[in-house]
Each structure stands twice: as structure tokens, then as C-alpha cells.
Design a protein around this ligand. Structure first.
Ligand code: S3P
Length: 426
């Protein structure tokens, strides 16, 4: 993909459905009795991998673009798949489905692409083994492929060393099949979509501070889910609107759950012109239209409890920092090293290639804003968020930017380039 400087971005966009919520809607629908209707489903490669896995376990799922009907088999209705389950590039599919599989009465092997099969799975193997699960890494390296032999599970309390919704959700979902309550305490609260959505499927989940407790239900019951727009996807256009001259963009119907809205807090700290309109509640998940205008930005410090609420947005926040006056420091973000790529190293390398004064630190990065950007050839190691971040950089850089493997945006945002083109002033 080739990108060059644009004159401005103006218009409205409907942001595609939230990735985290789309995955969970399919998974919980599959375990429920009755038909779950999902609207505004994210039809990206990651969520399609989740659909594929449950189809292979005997769940009938009809998909027509963003409309999905999951004809659930009930809590104990999954069937052993004939082959290995392919989780593609999706960490969420792998870690959440492992919790569900741990409590079945059959054996499954899970495997993904080269990037997925390097990501750490020990973080879920530890709590699952404490619950009595039989889970093994085929190559003994605590990564996928994983073999999971479903078995009886016991309820536990797990003190998670990481603020990770994937780890928390894995243990809570295994807890659906355990012989007593399962609770998870995290160092800092991570996204709470699992807790919110399990409740709408009839499961008792209590949340207090950074602890969530699930009581194993007799059954789960279908629920209709309207998926809000994904704030992580919206962030590329928030950033684009802020740093591109002559821009004003309205992003419609974006999820602003407080466990996900750190980007809005950072925008405020940086002095950005970002406003929320039409704030409404959509099945426990608040949504709003986000209106963004070109802004003069200033550097900030991002650390501590806000980090899990913007973890996927950090590469693009680093780009905002390159356009801000003064220094931006990002700390406490070592989790970025184990995402779809090492996002600390890859973000900083690519920023530096484009002329930005940036350095990687142990747990984040430092960026001194103000240097003009020049085009470059960007390697994104098939990481969708790196590809999109540097596409927004490319339309604000002198000369030509080439994004290699740009098709990886399909993982979370297949319409990204089409929507970006639709806003460009000629
Ligand atoms: C996700 C949780 C986050 C996030 C990922 C989706 C989820 O990962 O980075 O894109 O849907 O639970 P961690 O919870 O492991 O930080």
C-alpha cells in the first residue's frame, strides 16, 4: 500500500464492530440455549476464526456480513471437532476458547499462524492447571499449538500477575464448568466485556474493584447483542483527524466503556479537540459519537492504571506524540512486547525511519515531537495495528510511504483503507 500527504480529512464514518465484544458474542451464543442475534458483528479475520472454531464444534452459525445468528448448543452441547482448530492470528480466540475447552469432555488441538504460535500461553496454562485442567504445549515452549483434554474442573481464586482481559476471561470461562465459584483478581482492572456479557446470558458474575467472581450456571440463555463500534479502530481516525490539517471527522456509535476509554483521557491531556455526542447505553456498553478536529497537541505522560484501558492504542498514541509539542513518555506498558508483534520495538523503529525523535525504554517509549515526518518503507510484521498507525503517519509525511503486508488490516478492520479514502479532501 502506497500513501502520500493529504490536504485534509472530512466526513462521517460508522466504525466497525468491537473485536472483543464480537468474539464474546459468538462464544457465549454458542454455549447458550436458543438463538443469539448479533448485529454490527466485526467481520474481520480474528472474529471469523472464532466462528469457524465453533462451527467445527457443531454449532450452527449463520453469517450475513455484520448480522450473525448463533444457534447455541447449550452449556454442554459442544462436540469434538474432526480436526485441529485454527485460531489464525487471534490471541483472544486462543485464550478465551482454551478456558471453554478445559471443561469439555473431549480433546482438541489449537494452533494459529506464525505470530500467534510465538505468543505466551503460560499465562493461561497456570490458572487452568490450578483448576485441574489438562493443557499442554505441543513443543514444550508454553506457546501454541496447545492440546487441551477436557476434564472436571474445580473453582479457584486466581491472583493474576498481569492486567489481561484474556487471562481473566479464560479463567472465568473455565469457571462456567467448575464445581464452585471462580474468582480472578488483577493488579489493575482490564476490559470487562466478559463480565458484562455473561450477565446478559443469565450467568451470575460479581465484580468488585479488580476482582470478578463467576458462579457456574446450570445453563446459559441466548441474548441479542448489538456490538458497538470498536474504540480501538476509531482511534486511527481520532489520530488522523487530530494531526491532519483541515480535518473534522465524526465517528458514529463508538463504544466508550470506561475500561476501554483511556484514549479519550489521553486526548484531553494532550489538548486535543475531541468531543462526545449522543452518549447512550447499549446493553450495558455505553456508546457515543466522537467528533474530532485538527488540533495543536502537547506531550504527556501515560502510565499506571490507564495503561490497560488503552493498551491496543499505544502505537497510534506514539504517532500523536510525534506531532505534539514537547516530550511524551509511555511507561508500564511491557505487555506491548507480547502482542501481535513487539509493539514497543516496531513502533519506535518505524517512527525513527520516518524521522521522529523516539526511543524504546524497558516498559514503553519516549517520543519528542515536532520533527517533520518523511515517507519510508514500513515493515509491520503482519501486525494490523502497526499497519494502520503508519498509514496515518504516511498521509502526514513528505514523500511516499509504503506499508508492506498492508492486507493484515483485515485482522480487525477490513474496511480501513476504503474508509480512509472516503474522507480525503481532493
Ligand atoms: C483483548 C484483550 C487485550 C487486547 C486484545 C483483546 C480481549 O489483551 O490487547 O486486543 O478481547 O480480551 P490482554 O487482555 O491480553 O491485554
Amino acid at each position: 500500500m502506497k500513501l502520500t500527504k493529504v490536504k485534509g480529512l472530512q466526513g462521517k464514518l460508522s466504525i466497525p464492530g468491537d473485536k472483543s465484544i464480537s468474539h464474546r458474542a459468538v462464544m457465549f451464543g454458542a454455549l447458550a440455549k436458543g438463538t443469539t442475534h448479533i448485529s454490527n458483528f466485526l467481520s474481520g479475520a480474528d472474529c471469523l476464526a472464532t466462528i469457524d472454531c465453533f462451527r467445527k464444534m457443531g454449532v450452527e452459525i449463520e453469517q450475513d456480513g455484520t448480522d450473525v445468528k448463533v444457534h447455541g448448543n447449550g452449556l454442554h452441547g459442544l462436540k469434538q471437532p474432526k480436526d485441529m482448530l485454527d485460531v489464525g492470528n487471534s490471541g483472544t480466540t486462543t485464550r478465551l476458547i482454551s478456558g471453554i475447552l478445559a471443561g469439555q469432555d473431549f480433546e482438541v488441538t489449537l494452533s494459529g499462524d506464525a505470530s500467534l504460535n510465538k505468543r505466551p500461553m503460560k499465562r493461561i496454562m497456570i490458572p487452568l492447571k490450578m483448576m485441574g485442567a489438562d493443557i499442554e504445549s505441543v513443543h514444550g515452549n508454553d506457546c501454541a499449538p496447545l492440546v487441551i483434554r477436557g476434564t472436571k474442573l474445580k473453582g479457584i481464586h486466581y491472583d493474576s500477575p498481569v492486567a489481561s482481559a484474556q487471562v481473566k476471561s479464560c479463567a472465568l470461562l473455565a469457571g462456567l464448568y467448575a464445581d464452585g465459584k471462580t474468582s480472578v483478581t488483577e493488579p489493575v482492572l482490564s476490559r470487562n466485556h466478559t463480565e458484562l456479557m455473561l450477565r446478559s446470558f443469565g450467568v451470575t458474575v460479581e465484580s468488585q474493584g479488580t476482582t470478578a467472581v463467576v458462579t457456574p450456571p446450570k445453563e446459559m440463555y441466548a441474548s441479542d447483542i448489538v456490538v458497538p463500534g470498536d474504540i480501538s479502530s476509531a482511534t486511527f481516525f481520532i489520530a488522523a483527524g487530530l494531526i491532519t490539517p483541515n480535518s473534522c471527522i465524526r465517528l458514529k456509535n463508538v463504544g466508550i466503556n470506561p475500561t476501554r476509554d483511556g484514549i479519550l483521557r489521553v486526548c484531553k491531556d494532550m489538548g486535543a479537540d475531541v468531543t462526545l455526542e449522543n452518549v447512550v447505553d447499549s446493553g450495558g456498553e455505553p456508546t457515543a459519537d466522537i467528533v474530532v478536529k485538527t488540533s495543536e497537541l502537547k506531550g504527556t505522560v501515560i502510565e499506571g492504571e490507564v495503561i490497560p484501558t488503552l493498551i491496543d492504542e499505544i502505537p497510534v498514541i506514539a504517532l500523536l506524540a510525534a506531532f505534539a509539542e514537547g516530550e511524551t513518555v509511555i511507561k508500564d506498558a511491557e505487555e506491548l512486547k507480547v502482542k501481535e508483534s513487539d509493539r514497543i520495538a516496531l513502533t519506535v523503529d518505524n517512527l525513527v525511519k520516518m524521522g521522529v525523535d523516539a526511543e524504546a525504554t524497558e516498559d514503553g517509549m519516549k517520543i519528542r515531537g515536532g520533527n517533520p515526518l518523511h515517507g519510508a518503507r514500513i515493515h509491520c510484521k503482519y501486525d494490523h495495528r502497526i499497519a494502520m498507525t503508519f498509514s496515518i503517519a504516511g498521509i502526514n509525511a513528505q514523500g511516499e510511504t509504503i506499508i508492506e503486508d498492508a492486507e493484515c488490516v483485515d485482522v480487525s478492520y477490513p474496511a480501513f483503507y476504503e474508509q480512509l479514502n472516503s474522507l480525503q479532501l481532493s
